[in-house]
Ligand binder design. Structure first.
Ligand code: SF4
Length: 448
């Protein structure tokens, strides 16, 4: 979500006549777009701002803006800690970036933070100009904010209540993207499968309907989405995933914890068994589905029994991969006040290592099962570690490294790749011919 917001901020600045700078040293405007999901964002931001102070002093025309969740949370505090900042703008004020920079030039530092997104104005980032990083793959915001109240999460405080974009506006954006050569979109929202609940046009659209509409846009070959909430994952979404060819076989389904006691304390709204039931249903309905998740280790009060329950659910879920986090208290959240139940850091570190080991083994098994298969890969470009090989993604969002002897494949091109090797976090392979479609002979008998 933040990366997409950054593309919008860049788009606005370009539309205002600025050009990308080669580095901070020759930039007239520096915007920090922050995320405060994790604790070290604060330290990082104020560290970067401190480093810029001498440069800002030497070049009074330079402007510094702080945007994103941390700006939304800290507001005037940003100016108190870093008085050389010119603009502080909240998550719902992106559309005013240029105007706020202008105002700061005329009257001095500005802090502008709206508490709620507004569908009537252009605050929803997808309505703004954009400087996309990729010409073939794009994010599309379908919803902002969140109406849930997970005890560990700062998102509802910094992104506000849930607001959905009208279905027509989303489809129009996807059509325009397809017309400009984009072949893959990722629909973005804090809880995508509750899409349509608020703010959208009447009659209220559902996420499954949106998936079908976006998936039928001509030229859009891959549709992804992130993230659905397990409690809101409904059969009709699985049906849409199974029936719409463009919707990829990948489901990111955040578990967070496997202990019912901890899930209740987190206010997640499901029990472990219900989560696993939904996962089984998804795998039954969508052949070859890759499943990824988010997990938090060391939520306040987590005992060894609770953690063992997480390991058991993780073992049963057999994830393709997972984002694992050590619990990090975010000021203002319910969990941050549970100081008497914080888990000892050494215990958390040891549990984290055990969880990672289980996940790595599962990831490797899932990847080994793909060896020998031929997969369609959307090329991203040369691998960062080894520029002699290409990197791309399968429909299951698996990272694949493979050589390109022809030298003809660039970012955004398609290739069939035979998977020849597996590691916990990536596959390797070689270019291959498209798999032949099998024909099934059918005998038609007519007569009375
Ligand atoms: S559903 Fe997601 S964004 Fe919303 S409060 Fe829970 S973790 Fe945060």
């Amino acid at each position: 979500m933040n990366e997409h917001d950054s593309e919008r901020i860049a788009g606005l600045l370009l539309a205002d006549g600025l050009e990308p700078a080669s580095g901070v040293e020759d930039a007239d405007v520096v915007v920090f777009n922050t995320c405060c999901i994790r604790e070290n964002a604060d330290d990082k931001l104020y560290g970067h701002l401190g480093a810029l102070k001498p440069m800002r002093r030497a070049r009074p025309d330079m402007q510094i803006a702080v945007a994103g969740c941390l700006a939304q949370k800290d507001r005037e505090l940003v100016l108190r800690r870093a008085p050389h900042v010119d603009v502080v703008l909240g998550t719902h004020n992106i559309g005013s970036t240029v105007e706020l920079l202008r105002r700061a030039r005329e009257t001095g530092p500005v802090v502008e933070v709206l508490d709620h997104p507004s569908l009537e104005s252009d605050e929803l980032p997808s309505a703004l100009p954009v400087q996309r990083r990729s010409p073939y793959s794009a994010w599309v915001t379908i919803q902002q904010g969140c109406d849930n109240a997970c005890a560990f999460c700062i998102v509802p405080a910094v992104r506000g209540p849930e607001v959905s974009r009208p279905l027509d506006a989303i489809v129009a954006e996807v059509e325009a993207l397809a017309a400009s050569g984009v072949v893959e979109v990722t629909l973005l929202g804090q809880n995508v499968n509750s899409y349509g609940r608020l703010g959208a046009t009447q009659p209220r659209p559902r996420f499954a309907e949106l998936l079908r509409a976006v998936g039928s846009v001509d030229g859009m070959r891959r549709v992804r989405f992130t993230s659905p909430h397990p409690k809101d994952l409904r059969p009709e979404v699985l049906d849409a995933m199974a029936e719409v060819p463009a919707v990829c076989e990948h489901l990111h389904l955040p578990l967070q914890a496997g202990s019912d006691r901890i899930l209740a304390a987190m206010h997640r709204g499901y029990r472990a068994e219900r989560y696993l039931e939904k996962l089984r249903a998804a795998r039954e309905r969508i052949p070859d589905l890759a499943v990824t998740t988010d997990l938090i280790v060391g939520f306040p009060g987590e005992t060894e029994v609770d953690f063992t329950a997480t390991l058991e659910v993780v073992a049963e879920a057999e994830y393709d991969s997972a984002y694992t986090f050590v619990f990090s208290p975010r000021p203002g959240t319910e969990a941050a006040a549970m100081t008497d139940r914080f888990v000892d850091a050494d215990v958390v570190a040891e549990r984290f290592a055990r969880l990672e080991a289980v996940l790595e083994r599962a990831g490797l098994r899932r990847h080994q099962a793909r060896v020998g298969r031929t997969e369609e890969v959307l090329v991203e470009g040369p691998s960062r570690k080894d520029p002699t090989v290409l990197t791309g993604r399968t429909r299951q969002n698996k990272l694949v490294h493979f050589p390109d002897p022809s030298g003809t494949l660039g970012p955004g091109s398609w290739s069939w790749v035979e998977v020849t090797g597996a590691a916990p976090h990536h596959l390797s392979g070689r270019p291959a011919a498209a798999p032949r479609r099998r024909l099934i002979p059918v005998t038609v008998v007519t007569g009375s």
